[in-house]
Write a protein that binds this ligand. Structure first.
Ligand SMILES: [Zn+2]
Length: 102
């Protein structure tokens, strides 16, 4: 980033200079630089939070999906059990009717 030297006002490109190219002063304590660094740190932190939120949301969706899958499995098992019981009753009735008719 570009900042201005606090001592002589020269523009300093912090990507290429470690001190002021005009007067040689250090800009480590420069307010502009500190503000920018804080902003970048905050952005990193926010980006990190964003990524974590996304991860949490994905986990929640996966859990929800898993729950629904389990529920539908249970529903299928329930239908099979009900079907089997109905089939047994039907067979029993047929056998009884057969005995009565005979
Ligand atoms: Zn300077």
């Amino acid at each position: 980033m570009k900042i201005y030297c606090d001592y002589c006002g020269t523009q300093i490109d912090t990507d290429t200079n470690i001190t002021c190219p005009n007067c040689g002063a250090s800009y480590a304590n420069d307010d502009e630089l500190k503000t920018e660094q804080k902003r970048q740190e905050r952005e990193l932190l926010l980006g990190d939070l964003d990524a974590k939120m996304k991860q949490l949301k994905e986990q929640e969706i996966m859990r929800e999906f898993e729950n629904r899958r389990k529920e539908s499995n249970l529903a299928v098992i329930g239908k099979i059990v009900v079907g089997a019981v109905l089939a047994c009753i039907l067979i029993y009735v047929i056998i009884r009717v057969g005995m009565i008719v005979r």
